[in-house]
Write a protein that binds this ligand. Structure first.
Ligand SMILES: Nc1ncnc2c1ncn2[C@@H]1O[C@H](COP(=O)(O)OP(=O)(O)OP(=O)(O)O)[C@@H](O)[C@H]1O
Ligand SMILES: [Mg+2]
Length: 142
């Protein structure tokens, strides 16, 4: 299943709220799209909605590769842009979470590890349409 829509920056919070309602525990959410497409922005709003805290600070784990929110539901935010080797992936600890049925894993630049994505995944692709508009496609992978 693929859905595709153009989402203005003003609507990203509402989009994230609707998306949060479709996400189940243990789901893997992979994000792709060029730099500045809005992967971190969407992830920030999505984590805020999942954890019901719109003030939560969600920053990109570019250097640490993963940030873990040990909350309810437990969430891992990963960013593989700087991933250079399989060893980096192992050291990041991500595998422990990807195959743990409690955690929701949201991964920017997941296509760097595409060969490892689990079943029950959502793939979200973001494309820049204009300064404040993004085309967002969502595909479920079973
Ligand atoms: N409709 C929109 N959705 C998301 N972000 C938008 C939108 N319109 C404008 N923006 C802006 O685009 C920028 C997206 O930056 P962001 O860091 O989220 O991108 P990214 O895809 O995570 O990039 P990177 O690959 O470098 O991590 C932000 O400054 C955000 O405010
Ligand atoms: Mg980012």
């Amino acid at each position: 299943m693929i859905t595709k829509e153009i989402v203005h920056f003003n609507k990203i919070d509402e989009f994230a709220l609707n998306l949060s309602k479709t996400i189940s525990n243990s789901q893997f959410i992979g994000l792709k799209g060029e730099m500045g497409a809005g992967k971190t922005t969407l992830t920030r709003h999505l984590i805020q909605k999942l954890l019901k805290n719109d003030n939560l600070v969600v920053t990109s784990p570019t250097f640490t590769l993963i940030n873990v929110y040990d909350d309810n539901p437990p969430i891992v935010h990963a960013d593989f842009f700087r991933l250079e080797s399989y060893d980096d992936l192992v050291y990041s600890g991500i595998e422990e979470y990807i195959f743990n049925s409690d955690y929701i894993v949201i991964a920017e630049w997941y296509d760097k590890i595409k060969f490892k994505i689990p079943k029950n995944s959502l793939v979200i692709s973001m494309n820049i349409i204009s300064e404040f508009e993004r085309e967002i496609s969502i595909e479920s992978i079973f």
